[in-house]
Design a binder for this molecule. Structure first.
Ligand code: NAD
Length: 249
């Protein structure tokens, strides 16, 4: 199917299926300058294995390695700005089509772009908390302490180690993941997956809960065979064109 016909068909599916949700991954944010994990040539995994520098095991067993290596990419991610794809997602919700959005991204860009019903199932970089007394602080507290070479950064109240509010490899999934899973299980007629390789579990189970799937991704995924439509285009362009399709005429 040609690209223009794909956009028409997706718009029809969205109009016909009121229980419409989205699932996004790192590919949503590459156009905001944040590298994903698995794009050939530019993906972070080709440069540095996050399992070796930013897993929960590294954080608790070798906090110096976590904060001196794994953590270094986080401040730039926290400072990134939304791209047209994020704004288009927010518009789909504002127009009354999109009921909610599950994201694996920790960059907070859907929230910054104005999306309201967002399940950030891998956490975000707006805050951090103490691994001892659990008191919460703004993410900036980590940035300032790490910048001053206070490693590991310490809770101002009890002096135990601070950690970012993101779900690291090896951390348990947060309650909101199970909330998103149960909402989708209760009735997701249509799921739009944008910018995810769909290989990180348990999030990669979620497309199975949808009756119909649409995928926008530059590279093939294991779910392509199950999708009504697979669009090989950048999220920024495809989602903006989709909004245009739904709002013109
Ligand atoms: P991934 O890196 O495994 O896959 C990204 C996919 O997006 C790739 O298949 C790639 O072809 C595609 N892609 C890249 N740019 C695109 C674009 N502009 N338009 C359309 N497709 C594009 O990402 P994932 O599936 O989200 O899994 C990675 C894990 O790493 C997630 O759990 C996430 O938490 C974390 N992560 C998050 C960020 C972020 O917050 N922005 C960045 C890197 C990794």
């Amino acid at each position: 199917m040609e690209y223009a016909a794909q956009m028409e068909r997706i718009a029809s599916l969205i109009r016909e299926n009121p229980n419409f949700y989205a699932l996004t991954g790192a590919g949503m944010s590459t156009e905001s300058g944040i590298p994903d994990f698995r794009s050939p040539g530019t993906g972070l995994w080709e440069k540095i294995d996050p399992l070796k520098t930013s897993s929960a095991e590294v954080l608790y067993n070798d906090p110096r390695l976590f904060y001196e290596v794994g953590f270094t990419r986080f401040p730039a991610i926290a400072a990134a700005e939304p791209n047209p794809g994020h704004f288009a997602m927010a518009r789909l919700e504002e127009l009354g089509y999109l009921k909610g959005l599950v994201t694996q991204n920790i960059d907070g860009l859907h929230v910054k772009a104005g999306s309201r019903k967002v399940w950030e199932v891998h956490g975000h970089l707006r805050s951090c908390h103490c691994s001892g007394c659990k008191k919460g602080y703004p993410f900036e507290e980590l940035v300032v302490q790490v910048g001053r070479k206070q490693i590991p950064p310490a809770c101002p109240r009890c002096l135990k180690m601070l950690r970012p509010d993101v779900i690291l490899f090896g951390d348990p999934m947060p309650e909101i993941f199970f909330e998103a899973e149960s909402v989708l299980s209760a009735g997701c007629d249509l799921l739009l997956v944008a910018g995810s390789s769909l290989v990180v579990y348990p999030v990669a189970y979620l497309p199975r809960l949808a009756k119909k799937l649409i995928i926008i991704n530059l590279e093939p995924t294991d779910y392509d065979i199950r999708a009504e439509i697979v669009v090989r285009e950048k999220c920024g362009k495809a989602l903006s064109d989709l909004v245009e399709q739904l709002t013109s005429g």
